[in-house]
Design a protein around this ligand. Structure first.
Ligand SMILES: [Zn+2]
Length: 263
């Protein structure tokens, strides 16, 4: 079984524009046209059984609409997370509404949502995530949208984690896109339900990836591609090539995801 814990798609009517502007921004070619149907077609080709949709509200006013859309897609092969914007006037209401409509977790993107991961003003939000008990995926490390100011660096994430010991946190891109050595030093081995996803990390040296998995534990690493920006098949191949046991690979490919999604 293969569960991809990180993919992006957009409502059909918005997909062409969303993908176009992201491609311009990232200087990357997307592997889908941004629609859910094409993501599912890729997952067929790549051997992915189910995948976690991670939508992002870049403005507070978008969050309800996006969450309703994500909830409508949930079920079958798609496992939908919701999104909230930390600046929303109805942040807590929307967090609870997202739970009530069946969303399985939350996605935050510090660069797109304009916050730094260790800001004290966010403590009430993370406290509430701890009470709710659902996993929260946070973009970590470099993002081409804000290349000069990285809003979630491993050391800053570690200081937030210290204040929120019960948070189920997934740090995307192995704890810090392009900042993997810092992630190894500051995040790997940290106690608690702290997970690393493997999204968009095909270019990390294998030796460093192996060190990270060994230090953090294969029971806290989640297989993830970041489709449409990387392929699940290539990501799977990279992990398969590492000298991990079959049990460790099973945890990464689906075991941890199943445990985490069970609530
Ligand atoms: Zn992503």
């Amino acid at each position: 079984m293969l569960i991809d814990f990180h993919f992006h798609a957009f409502p059909d009517e918005l997909a062409p524009r969303a993908i176009g502007s992201l491609e311009d921004n990232c200087h990357e070619t997307a592997l889908t046209d941004g629609t859910v149907s094409q993501a599912l077609a890729r997952f067929d080709e790549w051997g992915v059984d189910s995948a976690v949709l991670l939508p992002i509200a870049t403005k507070p006013a978008q969050q309800q609409k996006i969450n309703n859309w994500a909830a409508g897609l949930d079920g079958g092969r798609i496992i939908s997370f919701g999104t909230v914007h930390p600046d929303s006037d109805v942040l807590f209401e929307e967090m609870h509404r997202a739970v009530s409509i069946g969303l399985h977790g939350f996605k935050l993107h510090p660069d797109y949502q304009g916050f730094f991961i260790d800001e004290k003003r966010l403590d009430p939000m993370f406290d509430e995530f701890e009470r709710i008990g659902l996993p929260v995926t946070v973009h970590a490390g470099y993002d081409p949208y804000s290349p000069e100011r990285i809003h979630c660096l491993p050391e800053a994430a570690a200081s937030m984690i210290k204040r929120h010991k019960h948070l189920k946190l997934i740090l995307a891109h192995l704890g810090g896109n392009e900042h993997w050595q810092e992630s190894l030093d500051h995040i790997c081995g940290t106690d608690g339900e702290i997970y690393l996803d493997t999204a968009y990390s095909l270019h990390i040296p294998d030796s460093l990836l192996l060190k990270m998995i060994r230090k953090h534990g294969a029971d806290r690493v989640l297989f993830a591609s970041d489709c449409p920006w990387a392929s699940s098949a290539a990501t799977k191949q990279k992990i398969c090539s590492l000298p991990l046991t079959d049990d460790e690979k099973d945890l990464i490919f689906f075991g941890n995801a199943c445990r985490l999604l069970k609530n």
